[in-house]
Design a protein around this ligand. Structure first.
Ligand code: HH2
Length: 291
């Protein structure tokens, strides 16, 4: 399988891709305020690439629960200089984390090849056209409600089934808009309108999304459910829990992991993949023996 992102064809093989998070925001839940200056953001981007990041995901608007929206001008003022600068670094592959079509279009012009839209093309009526016309890769993410309201008592019956069904309809809608299937990646939206129990059920049920035939992206890094499960209050202290979630997600079918801690995640991913591959071999051998 591959993920077509403009001219770039990303091979989705045994090793998952690591997407490093770079938030040029004052208020993101974990790294907010750390990379507001261009120099600091560029240095962090270079560092994550050196640590093995396959993609750098740049955001200029926080989506943490209760976050205030920002206008397109403000968002572009934050992200475009960083994208332009990072795009000149050899091997840099850039994703823009935005729900605004205007920001996405300018970000691609500045050097991004992936549009990470947490509204799955439902937020801005122009977004599908931007994805189609630029040929960018696109992440379609599930969210219930908006960042302001999403954590107000979310309810599901079978969360993994409902999220997979919804993503299936968004995949079809993208195709109807003229977006190539090969350009699409699906994301359950861990933490977006979900309780800790919902997030765990989603991680354990990722294979149900993977069965839709497109790569699955999972973003769990330092999120609140890890704090709920572990009792660790400070988001910056949640690395160990994040690596446990990453390992589980890989074992259940995730191909792309969105993370703050690139070096540690690359290491954990290698170990998780090694175990998964041997497990698959054993399962196949058992099935052959039984046949
Ligand atoms: N999570 C966040 C932001 N964007 N995009 C995708 N596709 N999947 C995710 O799980 C996801 C995302 C939230 O994390 P972060 O960017 O670290 O914080 P903030 O939204 O506060 O900037």
């Amino acid at each position: 399988m591959h993920w077509q992102c403009r001219q770039d064809r990303l091979i989705i093989g045994a090793q998952p891709l690591i997407m490093g998070i770079l938030n040029a925001t004052p208020d993101s839940f974990s790294d907010g305020g750390s990379y507001l200056s261009l120099d600091a953001a560029l240095a962090r981007g270079r560092e994550m690439l050196a640590q093995g990041a396959d993609i750098i995901d740049i955001g200029g608007e926080s989506t943490r629960p209760g976050a205030e929206p920002v206008d397109a001008r403000t968002e572009m003022g934050r992200v475009l200089p960083v994208i332009e600068a990072l795009a000149t670094v050899p091997g840099a592959r850039i994703s823009i984390d935005t729900a605004k079509a205007e920001v996405a279009r300018e970000a691609v012009r500045a050097g991004a090849c992936i549009i990470n839209d947490v509204t799955a093309l439902e937020g801005d009526p122009q977004m599908a056209a931007v994805v189609r016309e630029t040929g960018a890769g696109v992440v379609l993410m599930h969210m219930r409600g908006t960042p302001r309201t999403m954590q107000d008592n979310p309810q599901y019956g079978d969360v993994a089934g409902e999220v997979a069904d919804w993503l299936a309809t968004r995949l079809v809608a993208a195709g109807v808009s003229g977006i190539a299937t090969e350009a699409v990646v699906l994301d359950p939206g861990i933490g977006f309108g979900k309780t800790a129990a919902h997030n765990i059920a989603l991680i354990a049920g990722l294979d149900r999304i993977a069965r839709l035939g497109r790569p699955v992206l999972a973003g769990m890094s330092r999120k609140r459910f890890i704090g709920v499960l572990s009792g660790v209050e400070d988001a910056d202290d949640r690395l160990a829990g994040s690596l446990a979630a990453l390992t589980a997600a890989i074992l259940h079918g995730a191909s792309i992991l969105r993370v703050h801690d690139v070096a540690e995640s690359v290491q954990a991913a290698r170990v998780a993949v090694a175990v998964r591959e041997v497990f698959r071999e054993h399962t196949e051998q058992q099935a052959e023996a039984a046949a």
